[in-house]
Design a protein around this ligand. Sequence first.
Ligand SMILES: *[C@@H]1O[C@H](CO)[C@@H](O)[C@H](O)[C@H]1NC(C)=O
Ligand SMILES: *[C@@H]1O[C@H](CO)[C@@H](O)[C@H](O)[C@H]1NC(C)=O
Ligand SMILES: *[C@@H]1O[C@H](CO)[C@@H](O)[C@H](O)[C@H]1NC(C)=O
Ligand SMILES: *[C@@H]1O[C@H](CO)[C@@H](O)[C@H](O)[C@H]1NC(C)=O
Ligand SMILES: [Zn+2]
Length: 471
Amino acid sequence: MEPKFLTSLLTLLLLICLSTIIDATNEDATRKTMEEFSGYPTDSHHSILSFSLDSFSVESEKLQGQIEELSTLSDSPAPSVTRILYSEKDVLARRFIKGIMKQAGLLVREDAVGNIYGRWDGSEQGLPVVATGSHIDAIPFSGKYDGVVGVLGAIEAINVLRRSGFQPRRPLEVIMFTSEEPTRFGISCLGSRLLAGSETLVNTLKKAADAQNVSFFDAAKSAGYNLSPDDLSNLVLEEGNYSAFVELHIEQGPLLEEEGLSIGIVTAIAAPASIKVEFEGNGGHAGAVLMPKRNDAGLAAAELALAVERYVLESGSIDTVGTVGILELHPGAINSIPSKSHIEIDVRDIDEKRRNSVIEKVHESAINISQTRGVKLSEFNIINQDPPAASDKSVIDAMEFATKQLNLSHKFMISRAYHDSLFMARKSPMGMIFIPCYKGYSHKPEEYASTEDISNGVKVLALTLAKLSLE
Ligand SMILES: *[C@@H]1O[C@H](CO)[C@@H](O)[C@H](O)[C@H]1NC(C)=O
Ligand SMILES: *[C@@H]1O[C@H](CO)[C@@H](O)[C@H](O)[C@H]1NC(C)=O
Ligand SMILES: *[C@@H]1O[C@H](CO)[C@@H](O)[C@H](O)[C@H]1NC(C)=O
Ligand SMILES: *[C@@H]1O[C@H](CO)[C@@H](O)[C@H](O)[C@H]1NC(C)=O
Ligand SMILES: [Zn+2]
């Protein structure tokens, strides 16, 4: 670096530091600045506004260090991450998050299933809270950024606001949701679904057991959550709890990176559904049973998998997607005709009706296949069939405002993956902020988001929260 450049850089830094200190000690001036964020600028002292944004500094190295440290709390070797609900590593990770929340001066509490909340009280009592958050559980052999950026990044967004001298009017709250991933009990977004209120889920959980036949309640107990079925029903939020919920997340798709954009403002989350199907036939010896005598449960499953693809494509919309990610055959021997098959189907769309019509056709097709092949359709169970969620205009406006103030390139987009936000949207105005991730990779060790992109996301989140908290 040229000495002259270095000198001017140092001078600039000194100036910024000095002004930050002046700003922080003069609370009134800061508030005035932030009142302009609320969207009703008086004489538009633009210099004050942009100055104050210059003091918006993310401690990227510290944040990256936290992401790395959390990734070591894993049941699989680095760079992969495996962190399953209520496991020993999950408990350690929870402790880690609570510690970082406390360091940020947040008031930490936990509910019956272990959703963790860190609150920063606002200047006015009794107002609904502006919340942000995501999850830190990780499916087997996945990456370190999914969910984590929206929890550790949210705590850093609080730090950014504190350092800038900001004082929220409404309380701000960071939430770490329990079990967004369905790995252990087959239920995704467990914590946020319970907050949204679901009696069906409560009943499912009463009977739920993991692959080792450990019940949900025993698993929770082993992690220190000694809860009763009643506690589950009591978690449901009231409409007045939150005035807004914003989630920061990696895109998990390639669009932002391909288009060279910094921020995705999510306007809607696609509606997911998942279905479990089982066929049963007579099985038999692969050599001895002649073809006309067979009722092959495996071929029924294969035919249904192709039917899923056909009906999804026939919807005519690029937004309809269907996947058969699980297809298991019993007994699973080369010389044995499958006597049982189990397939799990995932169908999503931003249009709920179109998605439901695909599900109906798949159901009809399963019945037809079972008849033509002489197998029994022993199960056709729609595990979940959630409606899509639209982001709220107030939250979209705040996210767009923040992105523009920070001069970051952005686009409006749909989240095709679903998130805890889908369920928070049932109880609160909702929005999501996406940042690019390498090649759109997610749920694998190659998952990666750059420090700069994370830092941009944290800044946009911080400013969005600031604006919403003043509204
Ligand atoms: C699983 O546990 C339940 C309750 O303890 C028991 O009734 C059931 O038989 C067990 N199932 C298996 C497959 O071990
Ligand atoms: C929602 O509000 C009710 C009533 O004020 C309160 O008891 C409950 O703890 C709140 N829930 C959350 C998650 O903050
Ligand atoms: C199922 O079979 C009935 C009667 O053959 C037919 O009308 C219908 O189109 C079939 N549906 C599907 C989805 O294959
Ligand atoms: C954004 O761009 C405007 C116009 O170029 C500039 O005045 C302002 O300082 C920039 N703000 C930030 C936060 O970089
Ligand atoms: Zn996630």
